[in-house]
Design a protein around this ligand. Structure first.
Ligand SMILES: NC(=O)c1ccc[n+]([C@@H]2O[C@H](COP(=O)([O-])OP(=O)(O)OC[C@H]3O[C@@H](n4cnc5c(N)ncnc54)[C@H](O)[C@@H]3O)[C@@H](O)[C@H]2O)c1
Length: 337
């Protein structure tokens, strides 16, 4: 007999919250029990579509009588308090990244997470992309030997609104943090961070002293060298590539085309349209797999879900990159430990 579905509370029903709502509703092992958002109209809309009771108070959703697990998909500054409430009430939580923009708040919560009886997972969904996960598995199985170089490219289709940049914590904490986590996923601990940034085209980045174009070079404890290239714009769609190189060869993940149709004519051979535009499309399977891994952790006590410590480690690299790009020097991650 299969176990009863885990009852979930979803906190935050914006862009990413709706992805989680759809996945929780579609998964046989889970059901949406409570949907919380101070914008009650949004919570109502999501609960009407995917199930559960809508509430406006996020803390009312963290109720062990009503739910077995919580997904936190509210704005970043709310994550720490909601994770804390889940730990105090013994409820497993999957929180969106980043944990917080302030390293000292993350470190304050750290001892409590270490002692927590219930899981605290962080939403680094890209680890669960089938192609990225396959490359990682094949590297771990020794197919190309030890990784010597890892190249990660991530370019968004277009910059976010200036108001978003204003509260994002900057490109390294907001965007590159996914790539810092992927770098750790492939090569483990990273010791040295050298970042350069420019603001070339986005008025919002310029207005808020942020960058729209960055390159980060990282040196892993193994000696492997990682390069991360980020841009806040890309005319040809969402540019997400990864390349792992070792003595035995190279494994890489290509972009996903929006259409499988290719045209050949007098000026082009096998020309395709742009790549998919949105992270929601590119990583749809990854978000569903991320939920499966979290359920496995809740039910069986272990899973490949990124932990709070993974979230903190990626954040340390983001802090180092932020400092490096501003100070114009290489920064060691142990400056933050
Ligand atoms: N893993 C990913 O790929 C990914 C993608 C996008 C966003 N995110 C992260 O998810 C979080 C939310 O981002 P988004 O783009 O969905 O934001 P959003 O602005 O689209 O949605 C946020 C929602 O939270 C609600 N909200 C505001 N204050 C709240 C509170 N105190 N408690 C509960 N809900 C509250 C808002 O009303 C809104 O409905 C951010 O931390 C972001 O970094 C992760």
């Amino acid at each position: 007999m299969s176990a009863a579905p885990l009852r979930f509370a979803l906190i935050g029903t914006g862009r990413i919250g709706r992805v989680h709502a759809a996945n929780i509703a579609a998964n046989d092992a889970t059901e949406l029990a409570v949907v919380a958002d101070p914008m009650i109209a949004s919570a109502n809309e999501v609960s009407a579509r995917f199930g559960g009771t809508a509430v406006s108070d996020p803390l009312a959703a963290v109720d062990p009588e009503r739910v077995d697990a919580v997904v936190v998909a509210s704005p970043t500054p709310t994550h720490i308090d909601l994770i804390t409430a889940c730990i105090e009430r013994g409820i497993p939580v999957l929180s969106e990244k980043p944990i917080d923009l302030d390293m000292s708040r993350i470190d304050e919560l750290r001892p409590q997470v270490r002692l927590a009886a219930s899981p605290v997972a962080i939403g680094f969904n890209q680890r669960f992309d089938p192609a990225i996960a396959e490359v990682q598995r094949r590297v771990a199985a020794g197919e190309i030997g030890e990784i010597e170089q890892l190249a990660i490219t991530s370019r968004d289709p277009g910059p976010p609104p200036a108001a978003y940049i204003a509260v994002s914590g900057g490109i390294f904490r907001d965007m590159t943090i996914h790539d810092f986590d992927l770098a750790r996923f492939f090569v483990g601990d990273l010791d040295e961070v050298t970042a350069v940034g420019s603001s070339l085209f986005d008025a919002g980045a310029r207005e808020h002293d942020d960058f729209d174009t960055v390159v980060v070079t990282l040196k892993a404890r193994t000696g492997a060298i990682v390069t991360i290239t980020n841009s806040r714009h890309s005319t040809y769609g969402y540019d997400q590539r990864i390349e792992a190189f070792g003595g035995g060869g190279l494994l890489n993940v290509e972009n996903v085309p929006a259409s499988l149709v290719a045209a050949s004519n007098a000026t082009h051979a096998a020309a395709r349209g742009p790549y998919v535009e949105q992270f929601l499309e590119r990583y749809a399977r990854a978000y569903a797999n991320e939920l499966d891994a979290f359920v496995e952790w809740v039910r069986n006590g272990a899973s490949p879900s990124p932990t709070f410590e993974d979230g903190r480690a990626a954040q340390v690299i983001a802090e180092a990159a932020h400092r490096s790009a501003r100070a114009g020097r290489t920064v060691r991650t142990d400056e933050f430990n």
